[in-house]
Design a binder for this molecule. Structure first.
Ligand SMILES: C[S@@+](CC[C@H](N)C(=O)[O-])C[C@H]1O[C@@H](n2cnc3c(N)ncnc32)[C@H](O)[C@@H]1O
Length: 248
């Protein structure tokens, strides 16, 4: 069907190299949010909101939004942390960071800071963040980098801090797999072709989804690095999965 994974991708796979991915997301940055929301009928937005909820944020908290894109998740995080809270949004694509800067200016978000950085080598002190959010970024990290990412998350989280990643995943039910195939191979590429022209670039996302599968490998990695209470929460029959947990 086209959603079969190619196994555990490694750092030597050029499709997972930072340079390749930065170029890919630079290309997609202009229309990313509009196209992804429209063509998923708002589901990606709903899943982001659910992931923000499981963080159990409180007023004044400092949150890392890792692989934050153009800031698609901020509106779900900011009401919980209020004006005294702060978001540090990290991304390595200049196109995405430019989009994030525009969103920050447009909405006058004074308590959001943007950082151009690789999420696998985080520019934070140990134990410095109250919570970590990551929306739709973990599928393009290869298996080796999942390990670095998880270790870095553990390092920068304060004890008691929670994390939540949300990612599209391959559901176990055949009917839902067919629906996902229609969405990922027909609707999304068509939407990108209409709004943006980067039809072929979008098709690459399917490769990452296939490799990421149901996300269970990442759940294991979070456990292995010593994060606690790691839980996998399938959304909409497994079309997306939130992985959450804490640092003790
Ligand atoms: C699919 S977009 C998700 C954007 C946003 N978080 C959302 O909820 O829609 C994935 C983002 O992760 C970023 N990214 C991927 N790998 C990264 C890495 N190793 N370090 C920093 N950013 C990365 C990409 O540049 C892109 O902006």
């Amino acid at each position: 069907m086209g959603l079969e994974g190619a196994g555990n991708p490694s750092v030597h796979d050029t499709n997972y190299s930072p340079v390749y991915l930065q170029g890919l997301f630079d290309d997609l940055s202009g229309s990313y949010e509009l196209v992804s929301t429209l063509s998923s009928l708002g589901l990606t937005e709903l899943w982001r909101r659910n992931a923000a909820h499981v963080l159990r944020l409180k007023q004044g908290m400092v949150v890392g939004d890792f692989m934050g894109g153009t800031g698609e998740s901020w509106k779900h995080l900011l009401p919980f942390i209020g004006p005294d809270g702060h978001i540090f949004s990290i991304d390595f694509s200049k196109g995405m960071i430019n989009g994030a800067e525009q969103r920050k200016q447009r909405n006058r978000y004074s308590n959001v800071s943007l950082m151009t950085s690789d999420a696998t080598t985080l520019p934070f002190e140990d134990n410095s963040l109250d919570a970590i959010f990551s929306g739709y970024g973990v599928k393009t990290l290869c298996s080796d980098l999942h390990n670095f990412f998880a270790k870095e998350m553990k390092r920068v989280l304060k004890p008691g801090g929670r994390f939540a990643t949300v990612e599209i995943t391959v559901p176990s039910q055949r009917a839902l797999q067919r629906l996902q195939h229609l969405y990922m191979y027909k609707m999304m590429p068509l939407a990108f072709a209409l709004f943006d022209g980067h039809y072929d670039r979008f098709l690459m996302i399917n490769r990452y989804l296939a490799d990421f599968g149901d996300g269970s490998n990442l759940t294991v990695v979070f456990d292995q690095v010593g994060l606690s209470e790691v839980e996998s929460l399938p959304m909409s029959g497994g079309l997306a999965t939130i992985i959450t947990g804490t640092k003790v």
